[in-house]
Design a protein around this ligand. Sequence first.
Ligand code: ZN
Length: 402
Amino acid sequence: VTARAVSRKAKRGRVLSFIREKEETSRGEIAREFSLDKKAVSVMVDELLSERILAVNGFRDSGSNPVRGRRREVLAINGAHSAYIGIDLGATHITGVLSDLAGTVLERAYFEVRPGLPVDLILDQMKTISARLLSREKDTGGVRAVGVCVPGFVHPRAGVSLVAENIPGWRDVRVREIFQKEVGRPVALEDASRAFATAERWLGTCRGLRDFIALDLGYGIGMGMYAGGTLHTGSAWKSGEIGHTVVDPEGLHCACGNNGCLETVASGRAIARQASDGIRAGRSALLHDLTHGNAESVTAQDVALAASMKDPFSTGLLEAAGSAVGLALANAVNLLNPSVVVLGGGLVSAGRPLINALASSLARCTMPGIREDMRLTVSELGGDSSARGMAQIAAEDVFAGE
Ligand SMILES: [Zn+2]
């Protein structure tokens, strides 16, 4: 392979990313963005059109000189070109999507996971989901790759999920090897919060933004971020552990081995634990009734329900959790100066007390001069955002490797 072929491929990859990010573009816009001459753009665009990776999405009057009646093509990614599967493993769910090259979801699959389920059974359920999605391949341009995201530490290059504290026994799981055997095509692996950030960047409210934070509030708390237009991974793919920033040095022991991490106060798991203690201490008659007195079975969703019914204990728990998250987030915002913080994950639907407390402690603790330029927003992608982002990452890997 010659150096010229490598640089041509890299350029194609960058142009494709640009088009995905813009949703729609034109030859002129590509030429300006990449400082290419008309001829070079034509060659590349014609090639992408003939491979059916790009499609012409109608024509629009040229803004520069409408009198001459020149119409420019609107170029967009051709979704029908190929399809990708994204599978998101969480502590309480497995979510899968089959999506096309443009990121449109063609099929979904979902399993609830009981915390503490054996690793082999979790893997079996993930395989069942991928098989179910793969069975829809005939309706697509062909499934080219599968992406799997997991919480905790991952080694994407090796395809190994190193450890997920919130999934007991989950250690050094050779995700790529296991799923490649299963599906017979390339398998990508990433951290679930980074997959969420990717979904926001390509498909959600952060489309095209260069610097933003995507906070994943669920059973655990993770963060994905884009810095300068690039997904930030850290030196060994371990960035974004906001859930293990210390908010109370004298606090409870955390699964990571430290004390007083944000996750010990504000994660879905922590909220459930505090609720369970509260039920046993007789602090909430409503939660007691909602769980039929079975304190062990209480979940963060039960707390959210009780709070929506004005239970003071449950409202207090969610407010304390929201304040702690806002504090940790403000520290991250002061460090990173994002233009947007987008919230996602199961706890976001836990309602106003948590989000309001989060927003006010975030505003209070972020530096003046930084907070004015930052917008706090809630993801509109819903529960399958990480799976969708993972399908996009799998697609990117395919095109980067071609
Ligand atoms: Zn920790």
